[in-house]
Design a protein around this ligand. Structure first.
Ligand SMILES: [Zn+2]
Length: 293
């Protein structure tokens, strides 16, 4: 995706240079036309941005009404050519992601949400293409452009589905022997899209589920609740039960912290969603009722 875009912006350069040459030849005339075109281009760009912003607002409103289940489409992608990854993807079925649906149903019930089935995860066919990647150290503008490209890409690869897809999660599976550490996964509220870096190993399926559930809630507006310096859960919002006595070790982890606090500066990655809860701060962000049982 980077190369064609780079080429396109390269192609835009020569006409500008030509315009510069003309400006010297016919003073006054060309700049007037150019400013007309410029105004038109700005108007079109503003219109596109307005439509994008309105759509994002509408998505956000609809996705957190919780009146009917949210349909979550999971698109598996092999991140490498390893036979291990291939075999893992071949073994995925509708049951593979049921623990995530069960987790959200359990937590929704605890919050007294009327809908007993807040999410309905559906496994989609494997994709042979990879999502556009954000450049390392990307600034505000290039991140915004990348986000638009990702949304276009997601619409393009999945836009012909007849089933409802409220949220789309693209899961890139890696053979842990080839890629022992994966990049940070991400979930975007704009476009309700998540890109999850997961491991193709059955013993890591349960931790993959935690990451998938975490990114799913990012798409609904939930924020991280851990300290970015050392990954420890933030007190009190990142603790499974901030009023537990004694406070340590925490018996559960908050989903948006992803780790169980063992001591003020010590924490442990959770192994599965049974050890995880959704805390009141996250519940507020995704517009769940505020009285957990
Ligand atoms: Zn996060």
């Amino acid at each position: 995706m980077n190369t064609p875009r780079g080429t396109a912006s390269g192609r835009r350069t020569p006409p500008a240079r030509g315009g510069g040459a003309k400006r010297g030849g016919i003073p006054g005339d060309v700049p007037q036309n150019r400013s007309g075109f410029k105004m038109l281009r700005i108007a079109i760009l503003l219109l596109i941005l307005l439509v994008v912003a309105l759509t994002a607002w509408q998505d956000g409103y609809r996705s957190t009404r919780w009146r009917e289940p949210l349909y979550v489409a999971i698109y598996p992608i092999a991140a490498d050519d390893s036979p291990v990854t291939r075999a893992y993807l071949a073994a995925l079925d509708v049951e593979s992601f049921k623990p995530i649906d069960r987790f959200f149903a359990r937590e929704a019930e605890r919050y007294g949400l009327n809908d007993s089935e807040p999410t309905k995860i559906r496994l989609k066919p494997e994709l042979q293409v990879h999502p556009p990647q954000r450049a390392e150290g990307a600034g505000l503008l290039s991140t915004a452009l990348w986000s638009l490209r990702l949304r276009y890409w997601a619409w393009h690869v999945s836009g012909h589905s007849h089933e409802p897809e409220d949220i789309r999660l693209f899961i890139l599976y890696h053979d842990p022997a080839l890629t022992p550490t994966v990049p940070h996964s991400l979930g975007l509220t704009k476009g309700l899209i998540g890109v999850v870096y997961a491991f193709a190993a059955s013993q890591m399926s349960a931790t993959n589920d935690v990451v998938i559930a975490h990114e799913l809630l990012h798409t609904l507006g939930a924020t991280d609740k851990y300290n970015f310096v050392d990954d420890t859960p933030r007190f009190p919002d990142g603790y499974g039960n901030p009023s537990q006595s004694p406070l340590y070790p925490q018996m559960t982890a908050e989903l948006m912290a992803g780790r169980r606090a063992l001591a003020p500066q010590k924490s442990q990655q959770v192994e599965n969603l049974d050890e995880v809860v959704i805390g009141p701060a996250t519940a507020l962000e995704i517009r769940w009722p505020q009285h957990a049982r």
